[in-house]
Design a protein. Structure first.
Ligand code: LLP
Length: 426
């Protein structure tokens, strides 16, 4: 469900025609819908009903302050994976006691910052990290709340780059090692056992792996409690998929039911870390066709949306819908095209071999499903300033990130003062 629809012949974000966005902010621009973000958050939150739970938005999906602040105001916590994401979550007003911190490579600086902030839980991913965290916390005269991130060795049946819960992945510690590590944690005075955590992958479209992982986690939590460890919370990670094309992922209600069935009467507080399911279809990337290039074997729509802006098609072969802003007349002519960008790589495409309504130079279009892992994965490759981001609320447009300038490209750079090269011209 989202709020991007054609109305009176023009694609709108809520009540704002995307032609207005292009006129005011230019292209490319990410356009987010407040109503869609709120609805997606609420549906997920309400799916867990009265069961004690916290929905910690995965900041990596969309770290814009404007988006985080909006979700935080609805009661969302944050799942962060770096000091930078922690900084953003706190800056956006998300209380530290709703922040959980995952990641295999936390530095001492990052751990210290999170200890200072007083976050809800450290999702520790290795024995080495346990030791460092213990030492840092003792040094600060505090105890770090810890949930071990376990790797349940479950195939989430998704793209290999976004599978994280297999034993061949770098994430978490093997389930079989968990009990021994909790015994160890209990003896470390800088740590306080808090819960159990896991995240098996992303864009998961089947309930089976989610239910199986949940069952294993809850069984572990119960076993740990029987062994005397004060486990009060289970974090099931994120990963619920969305429809980019014709996928039929489980609904948040089915997802929550699978988790709550596993939790049963254990009394465990539930944490989930959804990113994509909240933000993915709440954003589009608005671009413009620059040229229509008829090559021998193909027709290329050359646009101002580059792989630096939206890398998912190049990186994962991901499918994103491409929709013209001007609504095509019924039965209008179509063409099979490659929608490409200006970046100097043949992987610079948003869609390939796609049959779309005819578009011409100057026409606006949207890449759909860009609210998660769109702007957050963008770069300045080819020295392309990062695009703007706007949040639409009904009929009002708020710029939440201005387009970068050329000066922004070189803001942190300087020319080294070097002795002149030998034999060089002065
Ligand atoms: N929690 C942890 C610990 C994670 O690593 C992730 C995503 C999430 C939660 C949120 O997962 P979600 O609900 O969004 O599926 N760049 C890839 C996605 C990478 C996801 C990495 N971890 C993409 O564009 O598909």
């Amino acid at each position: 469900m989202h709020h991007f629809h054609h109305r009176h012949g023009t694609l709108h974000a809520e009540d704002v025609p995307l032609t207005d966005v292009a006129a005011r902010v230019g292209t490319p621009t990410w356009v987010y819908s407040r109503a869609t973000l709120e609805r997606h958050f609420r549906v997920m939150d309400e799916a867990f009903g009265q069961h004690p739970h916290t929905v910690c938005f995965a900041v990596k999906a969309n770290p814009s302050l404007g988006v985080l602040a909006l979700l935080g105001a609805l009661g969302a916590g944050a799942d962060v994976v770096s000091g930078g994401e922690l900084f953003r979550a706190l800056r956006a007003g998300i209380p530290a006691d709703r922040v959980v911190y995952s990641g295999v490579g936390k530095t001492e600086r990052e751990l210290t910052e999170a200890l200072r902030a007083g976050i809800r839980s450290f999702h520790v991913e290795s024995e080495g990290e346990l030791e460092i965290l213990d030492a840092l916390a003792r040094g600060m005269g505090t105890r770090a709340p810890v949930s071990l991130r376990v790797n349940p060795d479950i195939d989430p049946a998704t793209h290999p780059y976004i599978s994280t819960g297999l034993r061949t992945n770098k994430f978490g510690v093997p389930l079989a090692r968990a009990a021994a590590l909790y015994d160890r944690m209990a003896r470390l005075p800088g740590l306080r056992i808090h819960g159990v955590a896991s995240h098996i992958g992303s864009q998961i479209t089947q309930l089976g792996p989610i239910a199986e992982a949940a069952a294993r986690l809850v069984a572990l939590a119960r076993a740990l409690r029987s062994a005397g460890h004060p486990v009060t919370e289970v974090d099931f990670g994120g990963g619920l998929g969305i429809a980019y094309r014709d996928e039929v992922p489980p609904s948040p209600a089915d997802y929550a039911r699978a988790i709550l069935d596993a939790v049963g009467d254990s009394g465990l507080h539930v944490v989930v870390e959804p990113g994509r399911v909240i933000a993915g279809n709440a954003g589009v990337l608005l671009g413009r066709v620059l040229y229509v290039k008829q090559a021998e074997a193909r027709t290329f729509l050359v646009t101002d949306v580059g792989m630096n802006d939206s890398i998912r098609p190049a990186l994962y072969g991901a499918h994103h819908g491409v929709v013209p802003v001007a609504e095509p007349a019924p039965g209008a002519a179509q063409a099979t095209v490659d929608v490409v960008g200006p970046v100097c790589e043949s992987a610079d495409f948003q869609a390939r071999d796609r049959t779309l309504p005819l578009m011409h130079p100057g026409d606006l279009f949207c890449v759909m499903g860009e609210g998660a892992y769109g702007a957050s994965m963008s770069s300045q490759y080819n020295s392309r300033p990062r695009a703007a981001e706007v949040l639409v609320d009904g009929g009002t447009l708020h710029v939440i990130r201005t387009r970068e300038s050329y000066e922004d490209l070189v803001r942190h750079e300087s020319v080294a003062t070097l002795p002149p090269p030998a034999g060089g011209r002065s």
